[in-house]
Design a binder for this molecule. Structure first.
Ligand code: FES
Length: 142
């Protein structure tokens, strides 16, 4: 005979395995430790370039890396304010349309000038919607 605590744990494990067998994994993801807010539906994002998305006081650009990972960055180029959502998108790199600075979207760093970079925000794709963790504007880092 199992102790009640062990029996409860065993039942939880069996239920969890049963649930995972019948429910898509995207619906069973653990809750994120970051406060995420709804940003945009995946299908509204352009697949081959950035998508400009205003979000509160922020102007964001959303990209989908070839890996499928959504990337959310500040839309404004740190050089002179170029519109990064309107830049050329190739692989993991976006090129600013004004003076062609190139940014690695996996890090936000400027290629060829590692001290420069664009702010990148944590983002996830769940149920066809991109969620993002964007701090209030006053707390945003440059
Ligand atoms: S404004 Fe982006 S490279 Fe100059």
């Amino acid at each position: 005979m199992l102790a009640p605590a062990v029996r409860r744990q065993h039942i939880r494990q069996v239920l969890n395995l049963t649930l995972r067998a019948f429910v898509p994994s995207c619906l069973l993801q653990e809750p994120s430790p970051l406060p995420l807010t709804r940003l945009i539906e995946f299908e509204r994002c352009h697949p081959l370039r950035g998508t400009f998305v205003p979000h509160g006081d922020h102007e964001l650009a959303v990209f989908h890396l070839p890996s499928g990972e959504p990337v959310v960055i500040d839309n404004t180029c740190p050089h002179a304010g170029g519109n990064l959502a309107g830049g050329t998108f190739n692989g993991n790199v976006v090129t600013c349309p004004l003076h062609e600075w190139r940014f690695d979207l996996t890090t936000g760093r400027c290629i060829g000038s590692p001290k420069a970079g664009v702010k990148r925000y944590p983002a996830v794709l769940r149920g066809g919607v991109i969620y993002v963790n964007v701090p209030p504007s006053s707390a945003a880092e440059p």
